[in-house]
Design a protein around this ligand. Structure first.
Ligand code: SF4
Length: 385
């Protein structure tokens, strides 16, 4: 496919990156990962937790409650806090400890989420609370996700305040991202419903380790989801992420069937999940179960947290994964976190023309016309207006 291989244009793009625009790009990367740059939400306080009864709890014997939000299905005794750290049995009633107390509130380029087929070049308000229902050894936000909510600074932001901030900043979207939105389900749902009523779009970046019923209900007010498909090996999910693969695959299918715009991120970690055979199987599964038009982002690993001993992902590994995905028939395959890489751009699967050129989180050029290729008229899936 023309345009998928480095050209003079790409070399010029890399040169640009090294010079003026590179400064902008470096600025946009400055807060990553997990930077908390949005200061307008007021001064954060430590231990801002206001427990409130949660949904998806059922009563069990002896004052216990069962949480049916995610596949762990925790049964909690009186006073017990769940493994996700933000759900608790208080006097026999299931509560959430993650409501209106985000630890991350920041304005982001939409490309940072990453969404490459949603409103290119716009910005979004991202929120996240403490807590997570997985325990990835490569967690990039472990200091906010893998801690108790009363250990970290949090903002006092009820759903209406989130919407007010997004509108005041003239943002078109609210994003539930960077931490794991599943564990602040009630806060996300109430915020998303208000955002939808105000004409804002709702974006979700999640590991999608969630039960089908709550995901189906949530999907009514979510416009786009980027799901971390961390590997295609059940053992990787169990040993490295503290989770299970199968529920994530079910979530992907459910989101697709629900009509939510879907993108996938696959972080490639050297020696752990970069086996070409597995990547080929994963891409074939995506093509067969979700369709060839779901954008896939192969993301570069940087050593940190419990995997600080591993090297960063070689660009050659990302190149090979991208080639494998294209050969499997996927139409939109990206390379993330390698600013200036040819795989940051969107190409028309019909004629091969470059449609959107990106440098890091910056959209340098967008040639789409009403979501179509201006050359051959091919419709490009996404939320463009
Ligand atoms: S969301 Fe939390 S409390 Fe509920 S089942 Fe999952 S880990 Fe357990």
């Amino acid at each position: 496919m023309p345009g998928h291989h480095p050209t003079d244009h790409d070399r010029a793009k890399r040169h640009l990156l090294k010079t003026g625009v590179g400064c902008l790009c470096a600025l946009s990367l400055a807060g990553w990962p997990g930077g908390n740059a949005f200061a307008k939400a007021g001064n954060p306080g430590v231990g801002l937790v206001r427990p409130r009864p949660g949904t998806w709890f059922t009563k069990a014997a002896n004052n216990r409650v069962q949480c049916e939000l995610c596949p762990w299905q925790c049964v909690l005794s009186r006073g017990q806090t769940a493994r996700c750290r933000v759900r608790q049995n208080r006097n026999g009633v299931g509560h959430t400890l993650a409501y209106a107390n985000p630890v991350l509130v920041q304005e982001d380029p939409i490309e940072r989420l990453p969404f490459f087929h949603v409103l290119p070049g716009t910005r979004t308000l991202s929120i996240s609370t403490a807590g997570c229902n997985l325990a990835c050894k490569f967690c990039e936000v472990w200091d906010m996700a893998l801690v108790d909510p009363d250990e970290v600074h949090a903002y006092d932001m009820p759903p209406d305040t989130v919407i007010d901030h997004a509108k005041a900043a003239r943002l078109a979207c609210v994003s539930y991202a960077f931490g794991e939105p599943v564990v602040f389900y009630e806060y996300m749902r109430d915020t998303a419903e208000r955002a939808k009523a105000e004409g804002l779009k709702n974006l979700l970046h999640t590991a999608a380790f969630i039960e089908p019923k709550p995901l189906r209900e949530l999907s009514r007010c979510i416009d786009a989801a980027n799901v971390d498909l961390k590997s295609f090996e059940p053992a990787f999910y169990r040993d490295i992420c503290g989770g299970e693969l199968e529920p994530v695959l079910d979530s992907l299918v459910l989101l697709r069937e629900a009509g939510v715009h879907l993108e996938i991120t696959n972080l490639l970690i050297p020696t752990l999940n970069d086996d070409p055979r597995m990547i080929r199987e994963m891409c074939s599964w995506i093509r067969d179960h979700l369709g060839p038009d779901v954008p896939v982002h192969f993301s570069r690993f940087y050593p940190l947290y419990q995997l600080a001993n591993l090297p960063q992902t070689p660009v050659s590994t990302l190149d090979r994964a991208r080639e494998t995905a294209l050969e499997a028939g996927l139409n939109y395959v990206y390379v993330a976190r390698v600013p200036g890489h040819v795989g940051e751009d969107t190409y028309c699967p019909g004629c091969g023309d470059r449609l959107i050129e990106r440098i890091g989180f910056i959209v340098a050029e967008n040639r789409l016309v009403d979501g179509h290729c201006p050359g051959c008229g091919e419709p490009i899936p996404g939320l463009w207006n």
